[in-house]
Design a protein. Structure first.
Lengths: 457, 400
């Protein structure tokens, strides 16, 4: 008997503040007006997506000491806009990226518990960490956190938040108007946490929310990040999007679950993915090339080359050859607030490699950045894209995808209209929501059920 | 801003649980089991909007409600637990069209950077109807929820030993509001240029680091969120004494005060105006609203009986920092107009039982005031600042 078909999970990533988002497209709308968020969320819900995803950055990026001005700049507060989106959707999950470094557990726990109540059980938290003093300059705490402690703080932050969520069990509020008993437990919400990073105690003031705890996402790709996901997360927002890399990542992470007493289906692997959809595969390929050139203007190409060179390259011609001078590896990095620059661990080697590539293909600076930059994922007709997504999921390169359109807010519309029906025809994607909460959509158990199961076994 | 005899009153309602009387949840009209749902709050705000009110405030706190002074109780006979007020307001934003949304935010343990973008975002999701009520907390148990700093226990706000602690907390609040306001202005209105020729999305000369350095925090900026629709969302604060009056005078657009009669109202308004002058803000519009807790019925005896019944259920007489009004909408209208003549420009009413006294405000008091020419007959502006007659402020960083 053949393996049963896996059901695909799909999510919509609101276009972000990076050069994947093409703001110069005439169809590109506001990145900050609520109407854009509402349109995007309603499209995702019309397409029966699992959830909407929002990224976060707590300081505007700077390069060479100046605010980076070539990409979309500016975004809303994550919690606030997700809560407002709960008013214009009924089923769609609402996933927010919230930093564990520049927040405190009590406040974040009450915000997520509140969001879960206000959305009827649709909240999810993508737990991210950072340590940079640059972002810290916007906060009371400052940039105090040594890099090696960021995961230990994140783990303890999440564990503390869970203690707060679990400090109410869900049966405390009787609100009996006749007897006058509002709470049956005088100690509801009591908690004590003493640890390396947090030493707090008292009473949590938000009663148990519909999902018990928000669904937990993790996005880091380091060994530590994978381990954190295997022990604590319900889903991973990953970036491995070729079939082989996806399968390798999938196998590696799912293998890690056993040591925490978890089954493979208790952690979903959901890579971020772009798509370029057209009537035919050939048209889609042409369109993808055009989009890529929009994403990497000459000015953007020079700025991206600076990530590696760590020098002001504004005097270079983006349509000319790569710089002869070597990267500056001696001074503080000129690009701040950007995780991407950490990928280039050996800039001298990267520069050498890129010069060889450019020479071999006769590439200009702009050509090189276009060719080596973020990969475009699904390119083709609706039929091709549906088939490819299905293949990736059925062959365990992913459990689904977090799709990032390049146009705000209408970039998802054609996918909803053309690709989703094909996935539904294939019997691999829901034709309607089957439950009210995000946990239902993702096939994740309620934390109380897990606890009861453990207690029974 | 001083009222003229003809200037219409502004009316806000303070939403808290099932109402401000601690036994309000036991009134048959109350729905205490729905307190943790969006529909409950949306229904209340819809009722307030039906009554053409300027705005609602939503209470909040970083600990469970308590009947004791600055320390938790273990009571089980009153409403305990609440939802985050900013998120509740945001949830209601898309469901309403005219009414202002003013959540409470505690500024003692939280990050001004986060709150600034949250209120800016509330302004976006409500298209220009956001405000915030800033509140300090001197509760040691709430400090322990954060574990970042201790707050010495005080027995009364006016005790000599409390002076230093309270002054410090309010100074921090003033710094906090300064950061909120600078961050809201840290983007000029026309900073987004989308210049395809040069490839620039923004004109970065129109974004500004705010360089705030204070005793409790430093914030560099700019905000990650562009300047909100109102430019500066409404900043409000409740004040009972000179130190908080100073915060209102230095930093707020609306101050809530608690006079028990017209003479007190006159004195408080005079103090606030003096502080306003001392702060160099004499020319800025600043509303001073009176807070009143209300039990309303068409028959005054019925209002009094309702209050007595709730007191019986609570086991003690109701007390409040505000004047407690028990009577008819017409009598309340008389009182509000008397207070207006003492210099108040509006009122924030605290319904004793929301399920009863909120509709009594919107369907009883409002028509009564309209009849006397003292309240609007329709929403006349698209933003909360507009409803309050406050201009959209120029950006402090704009040079043009």
């Amino acid at each position: 008997m053949s393996k049963p078909l896996k059901q695909i999970h799909l999510a919509a990533h609101f276009p972000g503040v990076n050069n994947t988002t093409v703001w110069s497209d005439p169809a590109s709308g506001s990145h900050i007006e609520f109407s854009s968020f509402a349109h995007f969320a309603r499209t995702a819900e019309r397409a029966k997506f699992d959830f909407l995803f929002l990224a976060e950055g707590l300081r505007l990026r700077e390069q060479g000491g100046k605010i980076y001005d070539l990409d979309v700049v500016g975004r809303p507060d994550t919690f606030t806009v997700l809560s407002a989106l709960a008013a214009v959707t009924e089923h769609l999950g609402l996933t927010g990226t919230i930093n564990s470094t520049f927040n405190e557990p009590y406040e974040v726990a009450r915000q997520f518990a509140s969001l879960d109540h206000l959305s009827g059980g649709r909240a999810a938290w993508n737990v991210v960490t950072s340590w940079d003093a640059f972002t810290g300059e916007n906060f009371r705490r400052g940039g105090f956190l040594p890099q090696e402690e960021r995961y230990s703080r994140a783990k303890e932050f999440l564990a503390t938040a869970h203690e707060l969520f679990d400090s109410w069990h869900g049966d405390e509020i009787t609100a009996d108007q006749d007897t006058g008993v509002f709470l049956r437990d005088a100690k509801a919400g009591a908690f004590v946490h003493q640890g390396q990073h947090f030493d707090i105690h008292g009473r949590f003031n938000v009663p148990r929310s519909p999902q018990g705890r928000p669904v937990i996402f993790q996005a880091g790709d380091s060994d530590e990040g994978r381990e954190f996901a295997a022990s604590d997360a319900d889903a991973i927002f990953s970036r491995h999007t070729t079939l082989e890399a996806g399968q390798a990542f999938y196998t590696d992470v799912k293998r890690r679950l056993a040591k925490y007493g978890r089954r493979p289906d208790q952690l979903l692997i959901l890579p971020a993915a772009t798509f370029t959809l057209a009537d035919t595969d050939a048209e889609a390929r042409d369109l993808a090339k055009e989009v890529r050139r929009q994403q990497v203007s000459g000015a953007t190409a020079l700025r991206h080359l600076e990530f590696v060179w760590n020098r002001d390259l504004s005097g270079y011609d983006p349509d000319g050859p790569l710089p002869d001078i070597d990267p500056d590896v001696s001074s503080r990095h000129i690009a701040e607030g950007r995780a991407q620059v950490r990928m280039y661990r050996d800039p001298l080697a990267t520069a050498r490699e890129w010069r060889e590539l450019a020479a071999a293909h006769n590439w200009s600076i702009r050509d090189l950045v276009i060719e080596t930059g973020n990969r475009q994922n699904f390119i083709g007709s609706a039929e091709t894209i549906a088939r490819t997504i299905d293949e990736y999921v059925q062959s365990d390169a992913a459990d689904g995808f977090i799709l990032v359109p390049h146009v705000t807010p209408t970039g998802l519309d054609a996918f909803a209209d053309q690709v989703v029906p094909l996935l539904q025809e294939r019997g691999v994607f829901r034709t309607d929501y089957e439950g009210p909460t995000l946990r239902h959509h993702l096939g994740l158990a309620h934390p109380d059920d897990l606890r009861d199961r453990r207690a029974a076994s | 801003m001083s009222p003229t005899p003809a200037s219409p009153l502004h009316l806000a309602v303070a939403l808290e649980g099932t109402g401000w009387h601690p036994a309000s949840w036991r009134d048959p009209v109350s729905r205490p089991r729905d307190l943790f749902t969006a529909a409950y709050w949306a229904g209340l705000v819809a009722e307030a909007e039906r009554g053409l009110l300027d705005f609602v405030t939503l209470e909040d706190g970083l600990g469970l409600q308590t009947s004791r002074f600055l320390e938790p109780d273990d009571r089980t006979d009153q409403v305990r637990g609440r939802l985050d007020a900013v998120l509740t307001a945001a949830r209601i934003g898309p469901l309403t069209r005219h009414i202002g949304l003013v959540p409470t935010a505690v500024v003692t343990h939280t990050e001004p950077f986060h709150l600034s973008k949250a209120i800016a975002t509330l302004d976006y999701v409500s298209t220009g109807r956001a405000g915030v009520r800033v509140q300090i907390t001197a509760r040691p148990d709430e400090a322990a929820h954060f574990g970042r700093r201790g707050i010495p226990r005080i027995d009364a706000y006016d005790a000599p030993a409390a002076r230093e602690t309270v002054t410090d907390l309010f100074d921090e609040a003033a710094d906090y509001v300064e950061v909120l306001r600078r961050l809201w202005d840290s983007w000029e209105d026309d900073a987004e240029i989308r210049d395809v020729v040069t490839g620039r999305f923004i004109d970065r000369d129109k974004l500004h680091h705010i360089h705030f350095e204070g005793r409790h925090f430093s914030v560099k900026g700019p905000s990650i969120t562009p300047r909100p629709p109102q430019g500066q969302p409404l900043v409000t604060a409740l004040a009972h004494d000179t130190i908080p009056y100073r915060l209102v005078a230095r930093a707020a657009d609306v101050g809530y005060v608690t006079p028990h009669d017209a003479d007190q109202a006159r004195d408080i308004v005079a103090t606030v105006r003096e502080e306003q002058e001392a702060a160099g803000r004499a020319a800025d519009p600043l509303h001073v609203f009176g807070d009143l807790t209300v039990f309303l019925d068409d028959d005054p005896a019925r209002a009094a009986a309702r209050r007595a019944r709730l007191d019986d259920l609570a086991g003690e007489p109701f007390t409040s920092d505000t004047r407690v009004f028990t009577g008819t909408p017409a009598q309340l209208a008389d009182l509000l107009l008397e207070f207006r003549s003492a210099g108040l420009t509006g009122f924030r009413l605290r319904p004793a039982v929301l399920g009863h006294d909120l509709p009594a405000i919107t369907r009883g008091l409002v028509p009564e005031l309209q009849h006397r020419g003292a309240f609007r007959g329709a929403y006349e502006a698209g933003t909360l600042r507009g409803l309050l007659g406050l201009p959209r402020p120029a950006n402090r960083y704009a040079t043009a």
